[in-house]
Design a protein around this ligand. Structure first.
Ligand SMILES: [Cu+2]
Length: 100
């Protein structure tokens, strides 16, 4: 009986986490900061495959940022995880944090 309850709790947690990721607007992508251009509000990121953006291969590319405050929190060489979306103005980072 106890075991069934534990499995149910684990399942509920897994589903909860998956839903949370979707609600946040996409899967987190691992990357490394290569260059920051605060004036232009752009960041160059080297990143692994990002299927949610249709990027199947690792690459280095320039992203816009939703909020330029993001650019003050990281520097070239930092490992980060981020989320991005394809906007009319180009690929835009919507969320970013330093990788632990
Ligand atoms: Cu890319």
């Amino acid at each position: 009986m106890n075991r069934i309850i534990r499995i149910t709790a684990a399942l509920a947690l897994t589903v909860g986490l998956a839903t949370g990721t979707l609600a946040a607007g996409g899967a987190a992508i691992s990357g490394e900061v290569k260059k920051i251009d605060e004036g232009a509000g752009k960041i160059t990121l080297k990143h692994g495959p990002a299927k949610s953006l249709g990027m199947e291969e690792p690459m280095t590319m320039v992203y816009r940022v939703k909020d330029t405050a993001m650019l003050k929190q990281v520097k070239a060489g930092d490992k980060v995880t981020f989320e991005a979306e394809e906007a009319a103005s180009g690929y835009t980072v919507t969320r970013m944090e330093k990788a632990k």
